[in-house]
Design a protein around this ligand. Sequence first.
Ligand SMILES: [Zn+2]
Length: 49
Amino acid sequence: MAHHKLTLPTKICPSCQRPFAWRKKWARDWDKVKFCSDRCRGVGETERP
Ligand SMILES: [Zn+2]
């Protein structure tokens, strides 16, 4: 089969526990990206008692 080894880096979203792949809009701060979406990020950061 063809060599198709170009895989994007992935992370697990701590909010929804789902894997998400690198996106071009995150090219600059992929290291800082923790959540798959703004929604999940909002959930993670607004977790207050
Ligand atoms: Zn998520």
